[in-house]
Design a protein around this ligand. Structure first.
Ligand code: NAD
Length: 335
């Protein structure tokens, strides 16, 4: 199968592309290698992909409409996994426009590309951040959440709404996946796992927000990739009543799906740090700080729908996952 994956120099995109290539798919990988974090890490991930047959690298910006029109027309992907985005909650407080360009304009270009080129299925990354301060635990996609606490969260919620419109109007099968704090080898330097490991190994103090009481449904990268691949292969039934025109809204059976993808096992940040200490053999110096604006106190994924529809089952404990990350980090950075 020919699959367009956006964000292939990124953490999740890199792992997903590897997995798709392994099973024999052709992968068209798009990324602009922005400098939100260390570009040399993105280059290293990409080098691992470009050396494999079946991978085509396209270094472009998804917010450029003309470029995206040409890309879809020239490559004609059968399916699309859209992961490129401006990520990060704290960064969105200082750089709001980056989120509009990549996450809204970019997403629009992906939807249009899918619509005009008969793409069979669009799977895209949403985020647990759309739940904001939702108090009903575990979080379910059936909870009514429309109070995002950051522009990042708002852009992800907007993606879900835009996808629904395209499924309804154009019968485009779309599946949104709300990822819950993903971690593992080749992870993101701006995220807690990476930052804590780097600083603990270097003997530097770490900032621990909400005094370490944050709870996160940390999800290991291999479990995420497994869930994405299963979802990609499971296409929502197109609306049988669709006749080339938008159906009556009252009878719409839009091929629109939305799932949580998490580990269903929230862990307190202080326990997370303890496991890193155990694996590195070093004690953390903690700067205990209050909550940051835009942050949420807890995340907890209800994954029943994903289990039922695609047989997804998270396999990796946080102890095993952290051990694999720390080992990768020490080997990659020679520390
Ligand atoms: P990442 O930042 O490592 O990867 C995103 C990639 O997209 C980067 O390589 C970046 O260069 C690229 N990109 C950004 N803007 C672009 C643009 N305009 N044009 C082309 N490429 C562009 O992030 P990730 O952790 O791999 O996340 C992948 C997706 O999953 C994102 O949509 C993110 O919002 C979502 N997500 C991630 C997590 C997590 O815990 N990692 C949690 C929830 C949601």
């Amino acid at each position: 199968m020919k699959i367009l994956v956006t964000g292939t120099a990124g953490f999740i995109g890199y792992h997903l592309a590897n997995r798709l290539l392994e099973r024999g798919d052709e992968v068209i990988g798009v990324d602009n290698l922005n400098d939100y974090y260390d570009v040399s890490l993105k280059e290293a991930r990409l080098a691992g992909l470009t050396s494999q047959p079946g991978f085509t690298e396209i270094r472009e910006d998804i917010s450029d409409r003309k470029v995206m029109e040409t890309l879809f027309r020239d490559h004609k992907p059968e399916r699309v996994v859209h992961l490129a985005a401006q990520a990060g909650v704290r960064y969105s407080l200082e750089n709001p426009n980056a989120y509009v360009d990549a996450n809204l304009v970019g997403f629009m270009n992906i939807l249009e590309g899918c619509r005009h080129n008969d793409v069979e299925h669009l799977v895209y990354a949403s985020s647990s951040s759309v739940y904001g301060a939702n108090e009903s635990m575990p979080f379910s996609v059936h909870d009514n959440v429309d109070h995002p606490l950051s522009l990042y969260a708002a852009s992800k919620k907007a993606n879900e709404l835009m996808a629904h419109t395209y499924s309804h109007l154009y019968n485009l099968p779309t599946t949104g996946l709300r990822f819950f704090t993903v971690y593992g080898p080749w992870g993101r330097p701006d995220m807690a796992m990476f930052l804590f490991t780097r600083k603990i190994l270097a003997g530097e103090p770490i900032d621990v927000f909400n005094h370490g009481h944050h709870k996160r449904d940390f999800t290991y990268i291999d479990d995420i990739v497994e869930g994405v691949v299963r979802t990609l292969d499971h296409i929502a039934e197109p609306n049988p009543d669709w006749s080339g025109q938008a159906p009556d809204p009252g009878t719409s059976k839009a091929p629109y799906r939305l799932y949580n993808i998490g580990s269903n096992n929230p862990v307190e940040l202080s326990r997370f740090i303890e496991i890193i200490e155990e694996r590195t053999g070093k004690k953390a110096q903690k700067n205990l700080l209050p909550m940051q604006p835009g942050d949420v106190p807890a995340t907890y994924a209800n994954v029943d729908d994903l289990i039922q529809d695609v047989g997804y089952k998270p396999q990796t404990s946080v102890e095993d996952g952290i051990a694999r990350f720390v080992d990768w980090y020490r080997d990659f950075y020679k520390v």
